[in-house]
Structure formats: structure tokens, C-alpha cells
Design a protein around this ligand. Structure first.
Ligand SMILES: NC(=O)C1=CN([C@@H]2O[C@H](COP(=O)(O)OP(=O)(O)OC[C@H]3O[C@@H](n4cnc5c(N)ncnc54)[C@H](OP(=O)(O)O)[C@@H]3O)[C@@H](O)[C@H]2O)C=CC1
Ligand SMILES: O=C(CO)COP(=O)(O)O
Length: 329
């Protein structure tokens, strides 16, 4: 590994803090975590725990905290760990501090809802002189930060960039697999959130575990269809950032998307404001829209979007899904 690697993580929420922590624990590469709130960053520096994002997880002594963007000037790799819908603003705000040879990695799982752009497209548009990559796959921030074994994918159009990122960021407990399919990896991460909401709806409505297995399998088919229509690979969707993450978040109550779905399935209206970040609530409608633009059928995703928007109730959604024409698998 080059002596000059230097990682800056932007976004001091759960995932940003976990990524910064797991890399710092390896001790091979200097790591700085940048957050927007100076008083939070001062507390993290002093207390070495982030009670809001990762309660009870000690933060390593060699992890540097800052509210100033200047640290970006030293970075060889920048990890963007903020919500998908904040990527364009963050790129405009932090971009001027980032050297052109620095790789920018989106660690978010979503699609820009105002435009339908994938996050590497957003970064490519805002920061055209940088290589953009994406990190996605099954891993809860708390598990990663606690050093529980986790595997994810990192993708860039240039495989050698993805391989470099995998080598620099991976460690004893956090293992990255390199991919040259950033479209597939991003869509796997974004779409599985919508399907995790579907699994939650089924759970909340008491539809049973067989229904969940059906949603996971047919959801995987939806993810593959849209990924292929947008230029990604079906085999990517059957990997970590697709099947792997759908199994994790479609079955674990640690998932915010699953919990949001449970609440919908219990009959509560969608609460999009405040509270925990539920990326799939923003992705559902734009994924449904992208699918119709590309003449791809996503019946489960369409139903989730309609339930979130209050256009469809769970009983009618289920009737519609079950009465679709009988077809081959
Ligand atoms: N949590 C997890 O287990 C995992 C999350 N992810 C993905 O990571 C992304 C972030 O999720 P997560 O960390 O959980 O969310 P959190 O809500 O915990 O944190 C989001 C962070 O982003 C910051 N932020 C918001 N807008 C901006 C901006 N314009 N510029 C800089 N920072 C900004 C927030 O800062 P402030 O507090 O100042 O608003 C906050 O610190 C999501 O796309 C999620 O799907 C991926 C894998 C695992
Ligand atoms: O993506 C995640 C784990 O891989 C986190 O899932 P939630 O955003 O649903 O909590």
C-alpha cells in the first residue's frame, strides 16, 4: 500500500463514524472524520464515544475529528457518508477542498429523487475531475464499529480503483470485495431498502414468514431487471450489494427501513419528516418512475411507493400482487 494514503470520512452519523472507526482501528492509514456540528465534533474528540450514533462503542484514540473541511486537502480517499439526498449539496460544499486526484466514494444507499441520478452520477456532475466510486453491501454501522465480521462491495468503473479502495479500507473484521459495476452495486443498495420496507409491511400486517421469502425472491428479480435496464449486471445484484443486503435488512429489526415498513403494515401513515433516516422511503417513488421510463415492471416497488404516498392500502396492494398474471419464474 502507498505510504501516502489518507482517508477522510465526511458525515459524522452512524455509518460515517463506523467506517472511520473500523479503518482507524487497523492503524495503517490516517483517518479524519468530518462532521457539520462543531460542538459534536469537540465532544467526540473529548469523550471518544458518539452516544447518538453508536452508543457504547469506544472510538479509537488515533481517529481525528474535525468540523473544518481543510482536512480534505490531505485526503487521497474521501468517503461520503451522508444521506443520498444530501450528496449534491455536500459535493458543492466540500468539493473545493478536495484535490483532483482524490477518489470520492459514495457510501449512501439511494437515488437522487429530484433527478433519478445515481449518486456516482451526482458526484460526476458536481465534481467532474474526480474518480467516483461506491461502497455498499450488508453491514450495520454498529456491527462494523464493534469489529463484528462484515463484508461489503466497493465499485468503480475502473476496476483498479476499486481494488485499491478494497486494499486500503479492508481490515481484520471489515472485508471489501472489488467490483467494476458501480451501477449494479448502487442499485443493489438503493433498491434493497424499498424491498426491506416491503418485508416490514408484510411483517406489520401479519402476513407470515412465507410472504417475506416470496418478497425477497421476487424483489431480487425486480432489482436485477432494473439494474440490467440501467446498465448494471444481474450477477452483481445476486452478490453482497443486492441479495446480501436484502437478506440482512429484510429480516433484521436493526434495519430502519424494515421498522418503517412494520409501522406502515400496522396501518400507521408514513412519517417522512424527522426521526431516523429511511432511505427506501425516498427511493421507492423514483425507482418506480425510473422503471416505467425504462419499461421494466417492478410491482412490489410500485406497491411500496403507493402505500408510502397513501394511494394504496396494504390489503389492496396484496390483492393486486397476488392477482397478477401467472407467469414463469
Ligand atoms: N447506519 C447503517 O448501518 C448504514 C448506513 N448506510 C448508508 O449510509 C448513509 C448515511 O446513513 P447513516 O449514517 O446511518 O445516517 P445518520 O442519520 O446516522 O447520519 C447522517 C449524517 O449525515 C450528515 N449530513 C446530512 N447532510 C449532510 C451534508 N449536506 N453534508 C455533510 N453531512 C451531512 C448528518 O449530519 P447532521 O447530524 O449535521 O445533520 C449526519 O451526521 C445512508 O445512505 C445509509 O443508507 C450504509 C450502510 C450501513
Ligand atoms: O443498509 C443497512 C445495512 O446494510 C442499514 O439498513 P437501514 O438503513 O435499513 O437501517
Amino acid at each position: 500500500m502507498s505510504e501516502r494514503e489518507n482517508i477522510v470520512v465526511v458525515g459524522a452519523g452512524s455509518f460515517g463514524t463506523a467506517l472511520a472507526t473500523v479503518v482507524a482501528l487497523e492503524g495503517r492509514v490516517p483517518v479524519t472524520l468530518i462532521g457539520r456540528d462543531p460542538s459534536l465534533m469537540a465532544d467526540l474528540r473529548n469523550d471518544r464515544v458518539h452516544n447518538a450514533a453508536l452508543p457504547g462503542v469506544p472510538l479509537p484514540d488515533n481517529l481525528v475529528f474535525s468540523a473544518e473541511p481543510d482536512a480534505l486537502e490531505e485526503a487521497s480517499i474521501v468517503l461520503f457518508a451522508m444521506p443520498s439526498q444530501a450528496h449534491a449539496d455536500a459535493a458543492r460544499h466540500y468539493g473545493p477542498y478536495i484535490r483532483s486526484e482524490t477518489i470520492i466514494v459514495s457510501c449512501a444507499k439511494g437515488i437522487e429523487r429530484s433527478s433519478g441520478r445515481l449518486l456516482t452520477e451526482v458526484l460526476g456532475h458536481e465534481l467532474p475531475h474526480h474518480s467516483a466510486a461506491v461502497l455498499s453491501g450488508p453491514g450495520f454501522a454498529a456491527d462494523i464499529a464493534r469489529g463484528l465480521p462484515t463484508a461489503m462491495a466497493v465499485a468503480a468503473a475502473d476496476l483498479s480503483i476499486a481494488e485499491r479502495l478494497a486494499r486500503v479500507i479492508s481490515g481484520r473484521t471489515f472485508r471489501l470485495y472489488a467490483s467494476a459495476d458501480p451501477i449494479g452495486v448502487q442499485l443493489g443498495g438503493a433498491l434493497k431498502n424499498v424491498l426491506a420496507i416491503a418485508c416490514g409491511i408484510a411483517e406489520g400486517a401479519g402476513l407470515g414468514e412465507s410472504a417475506r421469502a416470496a418478497l425477497i425472491s421476487r424483489g431480487l428479480a425486480e432489482m436485477s431487471r432494473l439494474a440490467e435496464a440501467l446498465g448494471g449486471r444481474g450477477e452483481t445484484i445476486r452478490g453482497l450489494s443486492g441479495l446480501g443486503d436484502l437478506v440482512l435488512t429484510g429480516t433484521s429489526h436493526q434495519s430502519r427501513n424494515l421498522r418503517f415498513g412494520i409501522s406502515l403494515g400496522q396501518g400507521h401513515p408514513a412519517d417522512m419528516a424527522g426521526g431516523a433516516l429511511v432511505e427506501g422511503a425516498f427511493t421507492a417513488a423514483i425507482a418506480s418512475d425510473l422503471a416505467s421510463r425504462h419499461h421494466v415492471e417492478l410491482p412490489i416497488t410500485d406497491a411500496v411507493a403507493a402505500i408510502i404516498e397513501g394511494r394504496l392500502d396494504v390489503t389492496t396492494a396484496l390483492e393486486r400482487l397476488m392477482s397478477r398474471p401467472i407467469t414463469t419464474e
